[in-house]
Design a protein around this ligand. Structure first.
Ligand code: HCA
Ligand code: CU
Length: 393
């Protein structure tokens, strides 16, 4: 069920603001918010209004835009924070407190009992003040917390019946999918609220962990554009969308304006001064390139042979690379057809052999190959004879 009906909490304007390269102006935030809203994410999470006077004003500006996405802000588990956040017109509050021994010792210094008391007091107060607000309670560093203590906290909060959603956070990016699935499943069975997963990518598992959370019944996943956030960030929006698309193409196409993904990423990458990585899901520059002759042949026959994602769904095109020693004659033939040239199968095969020989000696460009194709099509007999001659050492 949640694999079709999940919600994306897009946190580029909160977690993403914690990326080393981020320094968003109000204009920037408004452009990002509008772009993500048009893409179709269900929620936008913004930095706490307590972070700075500008953060407060930015939050108010974005709640005033009238977007479809619900606007959340992220606050510490304190009545003083909540008071200020409730004044900004947000649709929901994401309340967080650390529960791992590391955070208890080195961050806020509280025991589990003190955490429970504070959570009960704060969450009950918020619910009394704002009966309709969407209220989430999360434990920071959930996956390094003692499971027994963690459940003590969640169960005590669940009993209050005041929160809509529990968050789980892999704050330092160490969780693996089975572990995420287990915690989400346990919370599903023992508590009544929705479940959110927020996963960092320190060990490269953020997207897989988000999927495992959904499989186990999570209802909300945190993302940021290109995964930007503290250190190397969290589950990326594009990565999650690619993961969900390969699981259920139709639902993903229905939920989100996939053809806008690249523009959203370019907008943010430009603002934070990074390039889209070459191996980024969907939008990395080599994501839809095919090189080996065997691959190229199958792609020409039926692209799905080597493509789990259809580039056209994302407004992108595939590219067959032919100017190299792994090339094959089917790919060369396709290029001659693209160029509208007339070469016989034998000529194309001979030309393919020639390209391979040349590529063994130096790197070739598509222009080099195109030039050869044109010469051969113009029936340059001398060139063909040279190509067929044995290569001298
Ligand atoms: C942080 C906090 C957080 C909070 C996640 C949440 C994390 O360390 O900045 O509210 O669920 O990764 O734990 O982003
Ligand atoms: Cu985080």
């Amino acid at each position: 069920m949640s694999l079709q009906n999940y919600n994306i909490i897009e946190s580029t304007l909160r977690e993403g603001e914690q990326f080393i390269g981020s320094n968003f102006t109000r204009e920037d935030k408004i452009r990002i918010a509008r772009a993500l809203d048009a893409f179709g994410v269900e929620y936008l999470e913004l930095t706490s209004p307590l972070a700075s006077p500008g953060s407060m004003a930015d939050l108010k500006a974005i709640t005033g835009l009238g977007l479809n996405a619900r606007i959340l802000t992220h606050i510490r588990c304190r009545i003083d924070d909540a008071k200020i956040a409730l004044d900004t017109g947000v649709d929901g509050l994401d309340v967080v407190i650390g529960t791992s021994s590391q955070l208890r010792q080195f961050s806020h210094g509280m025991s589990i009992d003190q955490i429970i008391d504070l959570a009960q007091e704060t969450l009950t107060w918020i619910r009394q003040q704002a009966p309709d607000i969407e209220l989430r309670f999360s434990t920071e560093d959930s996956f390094r917390s003692e499971e027994k203590e963690l459940l003590q906290v969640y169960l005590a909060v669940d009993k209050l019946g005041v929160v809509d959603r529990f968050g789980t956070a892999d704050t330092v990016g160490i969780a693996i999918p089975t572990q995420v699935g287990r915690l989400v499943d346990t919370l599903r069975r023992l508590t009544t609220a929705d479940i959110e997963f927020h996963g960092h990518n320190d060990s490269g598992s953020a997207i897989a962990n988000a999927f495992a959370a959904l499989e186990a019944g999570a209802t909300h996943i945190d993302t940021s554009v290109l995964g930007i956030g503290e250190r190397n960030g969290i589950t990326s929006l594009g990565g999650l969308v690619a993961r969900m698309y390969t699981y259920d193409r139709e639902t993903t196409r229905r939920k989100y304006r996939l053809e806008q993904l690249r523009d959203v990423e370019l907008l943010v990458s430009d603002m934070v001064g990074v390039d889209i990585p070459f191996n980024n899901p969907v939008t990395g520059f080599s994501a839809f390139t095919h090189k080996a002759g065997i691959h190229a042949k199958a792609i020409l026959n039926a692209p799905e042979t080597y493509e789990a994602l259809n580039p056209a769904d994302f407004g992108l095109t595939r590219y067959l690379s032919i100017a190299h020693k792994l090339t094959g004659w089917n790919a060369v033939k396709a290029r001659t057809e693209q160029l509208g040239l007339n070469l016989s199968p034998d000529q194309i095969k001979a030309l393919t052999r020639h390209i391979k020989t040349l590529a063994d000696e130096r790197s070739l460009t598509l222009d080099d190959v195109d030039e050869l194709l044109h010469h051969w099509a113009d029936n340059d007999q001398q060139m063909q004879a040279d190509a067929e001659a044995p290569v001298l050492a």
